[in-house]
Design a protein around this ligand. Structure first.
Ligand code: FE2
Length: 387
């Protein structure tokens, strides 16, 4: 298996991936919706700790009887936090089984009806038939299909809509507005699937969504003394949407992916990687606001950075001491370097966490950091008694 990116990668250009299909043109990520136990308190957390801004709201005051949703925004990132208001709710059932987690990865498209037809024709299981929603600001068409586990993709066509978020939502104006921390857009979103499910999931993204597999990491590359995993990175044709898919691999002890699957009770979203163009500032701010990150790798990791960065060292702007102080990781590929850091899980079950990433030309996912990162995760697993 190869770790080399295919050669014609130029993010930002249309049709960059050879072999990517154009039956499903995707414009980008629209929003990510979480089903949670208490949306009001989750919203407070994402505002206070992560610097998200109040954006839109739907609930009893807007005529809903069964649910409440808070929409938060930071630059291009939109998170929707939804909770059930009654016991007989599919949202409540989802939370009971999985805990707080991602239900919807919504994708911005030009034609939600065609997106639905093309994907269901190719074998996708329907979640929501094309549905037109209207208000005084215009109309939005949405449709949806299931992906891994109970997670779904919703296609959002909003070219005829001028409102804040979606019909049915009102702008959310709050007196409490903590400042943003510099998070810009979603760089990638990772799915964890069970044993032997990675390849079928990869094939599903190829066949149903027209994605290409542009990077592969096997269990020889992603391994520590104790546990292992395998990962394949899927991308749509224009490179704006990237979904790495992980599955556990055999090791002496329990893979972190298996721990996730056990606690999430199935496949689901493992982490969202949020991009910043000043990771030192963003991470300093997040730490000051109480976001917990994985502990730093040992001194030797930082001593080794000049060797690992090679020629990129001459263009590196960041001070290694400062990176170490904040436990930020550094990796490089042929095209540049990247800086990244991972939070601890953001809920009580060891499931969803966040990555903060700053790309300085590198197109990879920090493969050179995997060992240091996984050893750090394993130390946390050991504390939880789940290694
Ligand atoms: Fe990542």
């Amino acid at each position: 298996m190869s770790t080399q990116p295919i050669k014609n990668v130029e993010y930002g250009l249309e049709k960059i991936f050879e072999g990517a299909q154009d039956f499903l043109p995707l414009l980008g990520t629209d929003y990510v919706e979480f089903y949670v136990g208490n949306a009001k308190q989750s919203a407070h957390f994402y505002k206070t700790a992560f610097g998200f801004q109040s954006f839109a709201y739907a609930g009893l005051e807007t005529g809903l009887k069964d649910r409440t949703s808070y929409v938060l925004k930071q630059d291009k990132i939109k998170l929707v936090l939804t909770t059930a208001l009654t016991s007989d709710s599919v949202i409540g059932e989802h939370v009971k089984k999985h805990g707080d987690g991602v239900k919807v990865i919504a994708i911005w498209v030009d034609d939600a009806t065609k997106s639905y037809e093309e994907t269901t024709k190719r074998g996708a299981k329907s979640f929501m038939k094309p549905t037109v929603e209207k208000d005084e600001h215009g109309e939005v068409v949405r449709s949806g299909i299931y992906t891994y586990g109970e997670t779904v993709h919703i296609f959002v066509e909003r070219k005829n809509y001028k409102g804040t978020f979606l019909p049915g939502f009102k702008p959310w104006v709050s007196d409490y507005n903590p400042s943003a921390v510099g998070l810009k857009f979603i760089d990638h979103m990772v799915g964890n699937v069970g044993w032997n499910e990675m390849n079928p999931t990869v094939k599903w993204y190829e066949d149903v969504m027209g994605f290409v597999n542009f990077l592969t990491f096997d269990d020889k590359q992603i391994t520590t003394e104790y546990s292992a995993l395998m990962s394949k990175v899927m991308s749509n044709g224009n490179g704006r949407i990237k979904f790495p898919i992980n599955e556990p691999a055999e090791g002496k002890k329990k893979s972190q992916i298996e721990e996730y699957i056990d606690f999430y009770e199935g496949a689901g979203v493992q982490h969202l990687a949020l991009a910043t163009d000043d990771i030192i500032k963003t991470v300093s701010e997040l730490k000051a606001r109480g976001v917990e990150f994985l502990p730093p790798p040992p001194q030797a990791y930082y001593d080794d950075i000049p060797r690992r960065l090679g020629t990129h060292m001459s263009v590196m702007k960041e001070d290694i001491k400062k990176l170490q102080e904040l436990s930020i990781l550094v990796d490089a590929d042929e095209e540049g370097y990247l800086l990244q850091i991972f939070t601890k899980p953001v809920e009580d079950r060891p499931t969803l966490f966040y990555e903060i990433i700053q790309r300085m030309g590198a197109k990879g996912f920090g493969a050179g950091n995997f060992k240091a990162l996984f050893e750090s995760i394993e130390r946390e697993q050991a504390l939880r008694g789940t290694l």
